[in-house]
Design a protein around this ligand. Sequence first.
Ligand code: PBG
Length: 329
Amino acid sequence: MSVFPWLRMRRLRQSEGIRRLVRHTYLQLDDLIYPIFVSEGHNVRNPIPSMPGIYQLSLDRVLEEAEEVVALGIPAILLFGIPETKDEVGSQAYAEQGIVQKAVKEIKGKYPEIVVITDVCLCEYTSHGHCGLVEKGEIKNDETLELLALTALSHAQAGADIVAPSDMMDGRVYAIRQKLDEKGYSHIPIMAYSAKYASCFYGPFRDAAGSAPQFGDRRSYQMDPASSVEQALEEVRLDLAEGADMVIVKPALAYLDVIRRVRDTFAAPVVAYNVSGEYAMVKAAAQNGWLDEKKTVREMMLGMKRAGSDMIITYHAKDIAKWIRDGNF
Ligand code: PBG
């Protein structure tokens, strides 16, 4: 016998008041991390064509951006550097006067309340565009670790609050943790890009950061999208064992199952990275009048929260903060 008409799901959907009472998932300002691209030069504000609303900013303009982030109440930013020069070993990644190091110093000097997270990777700084050292066309894992550790250390010395390794070399969390501890930075948390997939959704980012690999691709270090969720769990397990404090799943939308499984398996905070290609899709459709931007963003963010993420790194963060402020998100 059917339970209908006694059981009716629609009873709890009939008015906004009731819907508010039974609502379960919320997105808060507290969850947001806003990525920023910082470049050399003065008065630079280069729009990134595939990421409308996002710019490469020079140090002076980054401070304006930081001021806006503070005013909007966004708790954290994630810094990416675009160096003036690149070389085989990515030396600008760990230079004391590197672009990220300078930016961290300036931002923390003026706005100490912003949580400054730095992306730790070599790909923006190497001439070949790979995330590790290259020898005879091969990405060398163990030889890369010391450089990643030095990069993280230089960020911490500049004043970064959290370091976020995104290279996907094996053992890098341990190398970074060891280096930080040894040099007196045992209090600096590591937010590891643990389940990071070899994704086409990074396309616009590589335009923004000028970090597309000059040969080959990243499939020998980033994860295969067709691999099992268990492999993602193993990546997370290893990073936590090596000393990670928080873990990132990246991209977000095509990997919500991974976010859920990580959430259910581990206690560490889980971060969803709503990447450049996901942002670009929404922007393009909205500009064409094909999607309502605010509603689309809201629904996507709720999906990431419902999947179990504690924080979301998103290029939409400033817009979301404004929508929340204006009470219509
Ligand atoms: C650096 C890095 C990338 C992203 C974050 N850190 C690019 C890549 O791995 O190719 C992608 C971010 C985005 O697409 O928004 N390794």
